[in-house]
Design a protein around this ligand. Structure first.
Ligand code: FES
Length: 157
């Protein structure tokens, strides 16, 4: 596919893969940020796997690229630096702990709020990292900070 083909259908172009950097570099830094078709994303390299997601937290737009990665319930999560929401790297689910208030002896359990942060696809080719934006048709909470009036990166067109 010719990635620079300006004659391309805009809708197809929006979902074409974009080279965001070199594999060697992200393996050292373990994270990088990029703008992919006017959408800000963060790419993590964690325990041998790549994960890309919208950079602004679904809760209130916090900067996920500045968060720490921790395991919760055996699942690697980015912890938002603003209010400590936990988001799974693999699926974009928001995790929380729940407890039965009527049972004081009950142990808190990890639960999922469902997919809250939009996850994008990462591929590696010849030492280059490519990101392809998700075109899953569901409305994801993080879309709010990635599109429209609230997105940080404004379209140049
Ligand atoms: Fe991320 Fe509130 S903005 S937890």
């Amino acid at each position: 596919m010719d990635l620079d083909d300006t004659e391309q259908d805009p809708e197809i172009k929006e979902y074409s893969s974009v080279c965001v950097g070199r594999e060697d570099d992200i393996k050292k830094s373990e994270r990088m940020t990029a703008v992919v078709h006017d959408r800000e994303v963060v790419i993590f390299y964690h325990k041998g796997e790549y994960h890309a997601m919208d950079i602004r937290c679904y809760h209130s737009g916090g900067p996920l690229h500045l968060g720490e990665i921790e395991d919760f319930d055996g699942r690697p999560c980015i912890v938002c630096p603003w209010h400590k929401y936990k988001i799974t790297l693999a699926t974009g689910e928001g995790l929380y702990q729940s407890i039965n208030p009527k049972d004081p002896s009950a142990k808190p359990e990890w639960c999922s709020k469902g997919i809250k942060q939009r996850i994008h696809k990462v591929t590696v080719d010849n030492g280059n990292i490519y990101v392809t934006l998700s075109k899953e048709p569901f409305k994801c909470d993080s879309d709010f900070y990635a599109t429209g009036d609230f997105k940080v990166i404004k379209s140049s067109s």
